[in-house]
Design a binder for this molecule. Structure first.
Ligand code: URA
Length: 279
């Protein structure tokens, strides 16, 4: 209990400091907007499970402690030639069309729309989420619900516009009831997400939450709680894992951690960061 109070205190201090001292070149209102805990709108359908339910079931370790994999190297060329999926050689248009027609897993039975991804296909920054929720399924666009609104505020706080980055998900169809996607569903979508990353070839990927983290780093010991905020590498691309916006809606205190992670990313792009961030 004492430990929890201390953590809360540290988080509050960080939050206060960030809000009081506009040392970053982030316009104050933008940062305040990110930190504001907007009230939840009244529920339309009483039976709908909350989007937040999807986040952060603590993960079981997959490898023995101490054997963490720091870098994931690309598979050797021969392996790619022998086992590559047709998606591996597609351009953006063909890939989007293939996803729109995909029936490789059960999620196609319940979806309204596929959600391919959106943004600048030459963007240096990719936000990589989990999968569409109800709003995304309806609109065919990623991150347009409540979590999406918060993601937009995160992007703005980083001094980017949504249109300047790319936003994609691990799976392209909504898992019913906003459950986490099953492993066979993420694997069915793997060639699409991998090809998107390859075509985009961003400088940085911000990984949002446990599902995309495990998807990109299946052999890394520890989950998003222990790995967030640590630079990683996926096929030569720098990766910053952080919490999913839906998790932040349930745990606003974790915004201070996410803001630290996002400032690391901002620094890569020469955007001003708040001094005093731990090394
Ligand atoms: N959560 C995600 O992970 N992706 C979306 O597109 C929306 C919510």
């Amino acid at each position: 209990m004492a430990e929890k109070n201390l953590l809360d205190e540290i988080t509050d201090c960080l939050k206060d400091e960030l809000l009081r001292e506009p040392r970053a070149a982030v316009p104050d209102p933008v940062l305040r907007d990110f930190y504001t805990d907007y009230p939840r709108p009244p529920k339309k359908e009483a039976a709908q499970p909350s989007a937040a339910v999807r986040e952060q079931v603590p993960e079981k370790p997959r490898t023995v402690p101490g054997t963490e994999e720091k870098k994931v190297s690309p598979p050797p060329p021969a392996e790619r030639v022998l086992f590559s999926d047709p998606a591996a050689s597609m351009g953006w248009e063909e890939l989007a069309q293939t996803v729109a027609e995909c029936r490789k897993c059960r999620l196609c039975e319940t979806r309204t729309n596929t959600v391919f991804g959106e943004g600048d296909t030459r963007a240096p920054l990719l936000f990589f989420g989990e999968g569409p929720g109800a709003d995304e399924d309806m609109q065919g666009r990623p991150f347009v619900g409540r979590a999406g609104e918060l993601l937009t505020r995160m992007i703005n706080a980083m001094q980017f516009q949504r249109s300047e980055v790319y936003i994609a998900n691990t799976v392209k169809c909504r898992p019913p009831g906003n459950r986490n996607p099953e492993p066979d569903e993420t694997e069915a979508c793997r060639p699409y997400a991998e090809r998107q990353i390859e075509l985009l070839s961003p400088e940085v990927i911000v990984v949002l939450g446990a599902v995309p983290f495990r998807f990109l780093f299946p052999n890394v010991y520890g989950g998003i709680r222990s790995q967030r905020g640590r630079w990683m590498e996926y096929r030569g691309i720098r990766v910053m894992p952080t919490y999913h916006p839906a998790y932040l809606l349930r745990n606003p205190a974790a915004k201070a951690d996410v803001w630290k992670d996002l400032q690391e990313v901002m620094a890569v792009f020469g955007k001003k960061r708040v001094p005093g961030r731990r090394a």
